[in-house]
Design a protein around this ligand. Structure first.
Ligand code: FAD
Length: 545
């Protein structure tokens, strides 16, 4: 059997080595247009920032390594320019010489990835405008920075790569501005969870222009629909488009956005042609709707699954849930599954909890609280998404939530998880368990929530009681307009100040103490509502506005 793989990075390289382990006799060829295979796309921003100092470290495996260790023939700088599926023949351009040659295949795997979008803006071709996909892009940007010592940079697009690059350019001493068309950074987050990230990034000296579109790139500046921003260099990071012109030219079916349509075995519409990675349409794990999720984990898994099927083993891809994590200086931002806005547009009747808890026992030194949001389907009670913004310990909580979700866990199942605990690592009641406890209280009706975006609409005419139960020291930094302060320790003594015939809207720092108070008042016959996420979340969102 002769197997050809087009594209030798995440999906392609994984498929090739898996195939070799499954079939010692097959001839396996990787054809890669670029000069490197199996390189660390995800590490590229950290080379620019100087955390990764050796260029060699960006390459996980070399063509020689593939030959020596796996008996795989890797041809870099060999671009496939056409596919004839009838004859099962490829035409290849050896880029160094311009020589064109043909290669036959029995099975073909496409892993061509996705290329950065370069919108047709005036000035897009200036030499100080960059995109970041591969090692040559990285070296071009690195050389530009070393030669020109830019003082200012504009990152256009505030997705994961844009934010990572904003951090790494700041680490180089460059004054960075992010221009983002949406009203918040990091699209998988909801705006409420993004507000902490915005406030933190601004405190790091990065300017944010949200809801702003770049209209042109001029000499030393970027023009937006609102103003001019100084820019000695510009990184365009406004998304990617699947590189599927080659696939389409040989009749492989694609969707309206150009992503290759595959079945659950990663087989395309054309016999003997498989496809994986950023170029394919996948099934969303939660909605089961077709989508595009361009991440390294899914690309690697799909590569392995395609290899299994090519080698004659039955293997199925069950969909992508979009688990993603991002370092923003010392902050960690992670998400999985659907955001609230995605759940809404999918027509799912959902509910949500917010918590704000320490990553380990509060008496153990260190540890900054993390803000967690967990979303579940009200009908099935299954977890459909989660977002965490914090510092240490975010990654493990998100991985637990992503795992629980993958195995069809209900939000109340989080209460049952027995997670590792010793004071330096966690708490006997882990933040993940507590998200489950809060959800259980909501589902069983023990607590009723209201949200930050309900606050403005609450009547200030005395028809409801608005009570902030924090201590006077805590309220000194600010209170929501119209709320009165009755510290939680005084509640039982000051019940006469709270009319029993009016709904009570409580607020505390994070929603935890007000939950306790709501249980006291509910037990006494009051109709109580608890501000989810508390004043902390509310004020973070207001500060961001
Ligand atoms: P790619 O890895 O893009 O490989 C496709 C290859 O195919 C390319 O090298 C291309 O040259 C080659 N090719 C295309 N057409 C042809 C042709 N006709 N002939 C020959 N060769 C061809 N994901 C995460 O999960 N976490 C991260 O932290 C993360 N960080 C990232 C940071 C950056 C800067 C970038 C660019 C991506 C990051 N990603 C991250 C995304 C992740 O790298 C991709 O999801 C993954 O690499 C996709 O794998 P792939 O095999 O589909 O495509």
């Amino acid at each position: 059997m002769k197997i050809i793989i087009i594209g030798g990075v995440a999906g392609g390289a994984t498929a090739a080595t898996r195939l070799r382990r499954l079939n010692e006799k097959a001839e396996i060829i990787i054809l890669e247009r670029g000069g490197f295979v199996s390189f660390a796309n995800c590490g590229l921003p950290y080379y620019i920032g100087g955390t990764i100092t050796e260029k060699e470290k960006l390459t996980v495996e070399t063509p020689k390594g593939f030959r020596d260790k796996f008996n795989i023939d890797v041809r870099v700088e060999n671009e496939v320019i056409s596919i004839d599926p009838e004859r099962k023949i490829l035409k290849v351009n050896e880029l160094a010489t311009g020589r064109e040659y043909e290669e036959s295949y029995d099975e073909l795997l496409l892993s061509p990835g996705a290329e950065p979008v370069r919108p047709p803006l005036e000035g897009i071709d200036r030499e100080n405008v960059f995109t970041l996909r591969n090692i040559p892009d990285t070296m071009r940007m690195d050389t530009f920075i070393k030669m020109n010592n830019p003082a200012t940079a504009v990152v256009v697009g505030g997705g994961n790569i844009g934010v990572e690059m904003a951090e790494n350019l700041t680490e180089k001493g460059i004054k960075v501005t992010i221009v983002e068309m949406a009203d918040h950074l990091i699209a998988p987050l909801d705006p409420d969870m993004a507000s902490d990230v915005h406030n933190y990034i601004r405190a790091k000296g990065i300017r944010l222009y949200l809801g702003s579109g770049v209209t042109a790139i001029g000499e030393g500046k970027v023009l937006t629909d609102k103003e001019e921003i100084p820019a000695d260099m510009v990184l365009m990071s406004v998304g990617t488009k699947p590189e599927t012109a080659l696939a389409q030219s040989c009749g492989v079916e694609v969707n309206a956005k150009g992503s290759i349509i595959v079945d659950e075995r990663m087989h395309t519409s054309v016999p003997q042609i498989y496809a994986v990675g950023d170029a394919v349409e996948v099934k969303h794990f939660v909605t089961e709707e077709p989508t595009s999720i361009q991440l390294a984990g899914p690309a690697n898994k799909q590569g392995r699954i395609a290899a299994d099927n090519i080698a004659g083993y039955d293997s199925i891809y069950t969909g992508s849930q979009g688990s993603a994590i991002l370092k923003v200086f010392d902050m960690t931002v992670a998400s999985t599954g659907l955001s609230e806005k995605q759940a809404k547009s999918a027509g799912i009747d959902y509910d949500k909890v917010y918590t704000f808890l320490a990553p380990h026992a509060s008496y153990y030194p260190g540890g900054t609280n993390m803000s967690m949001k967990v979303i579940w389907d009200k009908k099935t009670e299954k977890i459909i998404g989660a977002q965490i913004v914090g510092y240490e310990g975010v990654d493990k909580r998100m991985d637990v939530l992503a795992t629980a979700m993958r195995f069809g866990g209900k939000v109340t199942d989080l209460t049952k998880l027995e997670l590792c605990y010793a004071p330096p690592f966690g708490s006997a009641k882990d933040p993940v368990n507590i998200a489950g406890y809060v959800a259980e209280n909501i589902i069983s009706g023990k607590v009723k929530q209201y949200f930050w975006d309900d606050v403005a609409d609450l009547p200030r005419d005395g028809s409801v009681s608005l009570i902030d139960i924090r201590t006077p020291e805590e309220t000194a930094g600010g209170m929501i307009d119209g709320y009165v302060n009755i510290p939680w320790v005084e509640i039982r003594k000051r019940l006469d100040e709270i009319p029993k015939d009016k709904p009570v809207y409580l607020s505390c720092t994070s929603g935890l103490k007000s939950y306790n108070v709501s249980r006291i008042l509910t037990g006494l016959g009051y109709d109580c509502y608890n501000l989810a996420g508390g004043y902390r979340l509310y004020s973070s969102i207001m500060k961001d506005k």
